[in-house]
Design a protein around this ligand. Sequence first.
Ligand code: AMP
Ligand code: MG
Length: 530
Amino acid sequence: MKFSTTYLCLGDTFFQRALPQKVVSPTLLLWNTRLATSLSIANEWQKDKNLLAQYFSGSKLPLGADPIALAYSGHQFGHFNPQLGDGRAHLLGEVIDNNGVRQDIQLKGSGQTKFSRRGDGKCALAPALREYIMSEALHALGVPTTRCLSVVATGEIIHRGIAQHGAVVTRSASSHLRIGTFQYFAVFGEISSLKKLLDYTIKRHFPEFNQLRVEDNLTFDEVILGFLEQVLNKQITLIIQWLRIGFIHGVMNTDNTTISGETIDFGPCAMMGRYDKNAVFSSIDEYGRYAFGKQGQVAQWNVARLADCLLPLLVEFYAQQEQSDHCEKILKAKAVIKVQSIVHQYSQKFDKAYYTMYAHKLGFGEVMSNDLSIKVNSLTDELLEIMQNQGLDYTQTFHALTVSLIQNIQGEHFSQQLSAELDRWYQTWHSLLAEVHQGGSHPYCQLAHRVMVKVNPVVIPRNHHVEALLARCEQVVSQQVPESHYEGVNHILAEFIKVINSPYLEFEATKKYQDTPLDGDKSYQTFCGT
Ligand code: AMP
Ligand code: MG
């Protein structure tokens, strides 16, 4: 691994230099060969499980690693906490992947830092494995996400109410910059750090915008507002992808909101089985702030918090520009109006992306007349309402609709199995599909089917399967000798990981993981894993 850590150039207010803690008996449990290869990790290196366990538990530092814990703040369930930061994570450094993209390599569960507050700096085994499984699943489903390179058992027992095995999970991310990173400097009034951070972030995440900034010689306020718009767009893209597959993040705090728009921190996440816009599984989300259907609004709220951080930069810029005696209040009012004009774009952009996503899930193509779009949008609303009222499974329903188009061609009739309400909807759906695809190169069912198979997964990492597998892995680590842990865990997870790595294809094994839980996930609860 060739580390070249640009974050270090930002200066030591941005991080603490901190060494990961050596662990008792590191044992490699999971290794993501495909990711490792894309990160240019040499094959020779990858063969030595003991060495990997040492490196990716933090017990031994790879050459060139200069570990740091990052500083950030965050709004947690709406309450601002100025002092968060990596309390149990160490950024080993940055590497360039095979696509030329800079990636952070970070250990999580690797011991205390100055940001640990009262935490032990550790991570339990099940949440570490869960992060691996869920991030791989999301990646294969086509959702922007941080990814996991490895999970290493530490051989230590940690306490989370009950005794649990400790683990270190290593993840790659296109950066760990969060809305909370901006909040950290904004709350302490560190304008020059904010400017450095803004410049760094634009160069790292928005190269095209950066080019525009240089070529068009954008003024500083244009840069700030342009950046805010870029982040807003990324957040919309991310949430729409979550909604497409039925993902509930569970803890959309601003410290868990990456600027890059990648999913991060899988602690209390869950997949939605039955369609329910109010679905919440996190044990601490008492009021449903982060319910499935609220995620779009929450992301806008989070973007507005980023906008707050940018206000002092705008105020300073306007003060320099106007060189008048305008009091700060007036300049601030001007800055607020400017950022609001961006934040207010959110709803319209989100709605457009939302209905486009569902149009694809229902087999409609890109270009539609305004008139047809309106009809397709209300068709979407109607279907979701029927699904909500009847408690239909989200993934199974869209999959069944997809398959029905081919069955129709073969002369079978999916609609015969439907409730009267859904049957009426089904007839309208077909007539609209026929209208939209008329004059196409193939029958409308085939054309629609082609669109749908790409966006409607046949399988998702259902909560009951994930939990059952995690329990079996924990058993292996509890009962067997460390030398057999790698084989044991991989034996348990191999088939599931293979299936979720191809969520749009149906293998023989896929069937085993498509079923819904007996209780419809009614008693399912997730935890932050801290
Ligand atoms: P998370 O729930 O992982 O997003 O973490 C929220 C905040 O709590 C971050 O600042 C973490 O670094 C910190 N944190 C979570 N768990 C621990 C722990 N076991 N020890 C120290 N800090 C922690
Ligand atoms: Mg976090």
